[in-house]
Design a protein around this ligand. Structure first.
Ligand code: S6P
Ligand code: ZN
Length: 186
């Protein structure tokens, strides 16, 4: 059933929402197969197994016609030189999605199966994900990178697509700027 008009208050210190729907936490152990350096990933998993990112959702349901929102916080860090990132997904019912940078520095990596694109993200930047583009977020800074996502409630989430096709590039720490390297170079 559709829900009533409502507002949600963003909690800048934590990336939480009030009122809130489910909050999801992804630890290193949840991210098998993501990072190119498997040995470095195993070491982090078997050690502190840190939380890499968290996703807070508004109470708006993932239902046709609705526009659910979520706030993702990616904690800073690297695994074998590769920046902390989200799993990344494709929307099986292809529709656009909007990201809005809230704090920290990061980027939006998009891939249509042929051509990768990189959108640098910072507070105040709107990143647009057109229908059919897989997307992954990356924290390229030294503080938490946080953004709001708004997406159609019937878009769905396909995580297998990225595991199968990759994302075109990997994003590594460089001397000054983040380095975009071919996905399958290692
Ligand atoms: C949902 C939107 C984001 C991500 C979140 C975590 O369509 O793109 O809320 O779900 O950033 O990323 P992932 O790839 O683990 O879902
Ligand atoms: Zn999405």
């Amino acid at each position: 059933a559709p829900i009533d008009p409502m507002s949600v208050t963003f909690q800048p210190a934590t990336g939480g929402m009030n009122p809130s729907g489910p909050v999801l936490s992804r630890r290193m152990s949840d991210l098998e197969g993501l990072f190119a350096d498997t040995a470095a990933w195993q070491e982090a998993r078997d050690g502190a197994d840190p939380v890499v990112y968290e996703v807070a959702s508004s109470p708006v349901p993932e239902a046709p016609g609705e526009l659910p929102q979520s706030i993702t916080t990616i904690h800073p860090g690297t695994v074998g030189g590769e920046f902390h990132m989200t799993k990344g997904h494709q929307h099986p019912n292809p529709q656009g999605e909007i990201y809005f940078g809230l704090s920290g520095t990061g980027g939006l990596l998009l891939f249509d199966g042929t051509t990768p694109k990189w959108i640098p993200m910072a507070p105040g930047v709107i990143g647009y994900i057109p229908p059919g583009w897989a997307h992954r977020s990356v924290n390229t800074g030294d503080e938490p990178y946080r953004f709001l996502a708004v997406y159609p409630g019937d878009a769905g989430h396909d995580y297998g697509w990225v595991l199968e096709h990759g994302m075109g590039w990997r994003v590594r720490r460089g001397a000054a700027e983040p380095q975009l390297v071919p996905f399958r170079s290692e």
